[in-house]
Design a protein around this ligand. Structure first.
Ligand SMILES: [Zn+2]
Length: 348
């Protein structure tokens, strides 16, 4: 069995939000460079992409939203907001991006491969049910999570979002839903302005959203500390049958939009920890879906580290974390306290 399937599509290169926009077609070069190199290896397979169907999109988006994006295909430029712009190819690219995420879920849920990386654009995690925003048209990872549940009957899907921005659209999609655990590590304050620790979910979904807002300048040690202290213990309680990663690489130290200091190795280390969780509670199924990342070099390094982590497999956390900022430790304490009512003490 191939261990890792790589999904991408040249259609995604044709979406163009205009000259100077950071979410630019050249981002697909970073994807292509890594995929070309990895596909030389026997344990890799090229995934077969497809368009998302209206049924799949409708599980997350309103009919009006889908029509609005579709109508952009008839015009050279559609400005949804200052950040979010479509050309006449954007609908096709967005439909293919959402479909590739679903196809990747099909590949891991059918047992054809163990894990998958989806390198597509436009990204998705800011897209709300009825509103494109933050460079995002359809919420690829949310559509994929619903696809895993409705098509493959999964009951517990976790989404870990390490893009430097908070995934407001994804969080809202599952805010009252205990079947999808949403965890985000993000820079705050920063666009879109959501993602406070106090946002823990609603009704039956209370306790199934965890936001870890971090001030600028956080590094590998601090991200891995939060993973080991909170994210992994929470995932172990939840026992996901599938983990989806909203894999943005704008927390990389080279990124021009984010102000975090992550090295590429941090993405690999987080990936291998998540694979280990997935192996403890299921088949080891993990699908990483590209979100942001605006330094082409940082993006390429991040994709390579993440895809390699998916291929290498699970790895337990290393030793103790000794050099952690006191504000990050305080955040971990507050988060553990906030989750305590629902999950009890989170300890490894
Ligand atoms: Zn981002």
């Amino acid at each position: 069995m191939a261990q890792l399937a790589l999904f991408s599509d040249e259609l995604c290169r044709r979406h163009n939000a205009g000259a100077g926009h950071p979410e630019r077609p050249e981002r697909m070069d970073a994807v292509a460079n890594v995929f070309e190199e990895l596909l030389q290896r026997p344990e890799m397979r090229k995934g077969e992409g497809r368009d998302g169907t209206i049924t799949e999109l409708r599980r997350i988006h309103t009919a009006e939203h889908i029509t609005r994006i579709e109508e952009s295909a008839a015009r050279p430029v559609t400005v949804f907001d200052a950040d979010t712009v479509a050309n006449n190819h954007s609908f096709a690219a967005a439909l293919r991006a959402a479909g590739c995420a679903c196809a990747a879920v099909d590949a891991v849920c059918s047992g054809a491969v163990e894990r998958a990386f989806v390198g597509t654009r436009p990204p998705g995690h800011h897209a709300e049910a009825g509103r494109p925003m933050g460079f995002c048209l359809f919420n690829n990872v949310a559509v994929a999570a619903e696809h895993a549940r409705k098509r493959h009957g999964l009951e517990r899907v976790a989404i870990v979002d390490w893009d430097v921005h908070h995934g407001n659209g994804t969080m809202h999609s599952f805010y009252d839903d205990p079947g999808v655990l949403y965890v985000s590590l993000h820079q705050s304050p920063l666009f879109p302005g959501t993602g406070y620790l106090e946002e823990l979910g609603r009704d039956a979904g209370y306790g199934y959203t965890l936001n870890l807002p971090l001030s600028a300048g956080r590094s590998d040690t601090e991200y891995l500390f939060l993973c080991d202290q909170l994210v992994l213990p929470l995932l172990d309680r939840f026992q996901p049958e599938l983990i989806l990663i909203s894999a943005g690489f704008d927390a990389h130290e080279r990124d021009p939009l984010g102000s975090m200091l992550l090295s590429a190795e941090a993405f690999g280390a987080m990936t291998r920890r998540l694979v280990a969780v997935a192996e403890r509670h299921g088949t080891g199924a993990v699908v990483a879906v590209l979100e942001g990342g605006y330094s082409l070099h940082g993006l390429e390094l991040g994709i390579r580290a993440t895809a390699s982590g998916l291929l290498l497999g699970g790895e337990a956390p290393g030793g103790a974390h000794t050099i952690v900022d006191s504000a990050v430790e305080a955040l971990a304490d507050r988060a553990a306290q906030a989750l305590h009512d629902h999950w009890g003490a989170l300890s490894r």
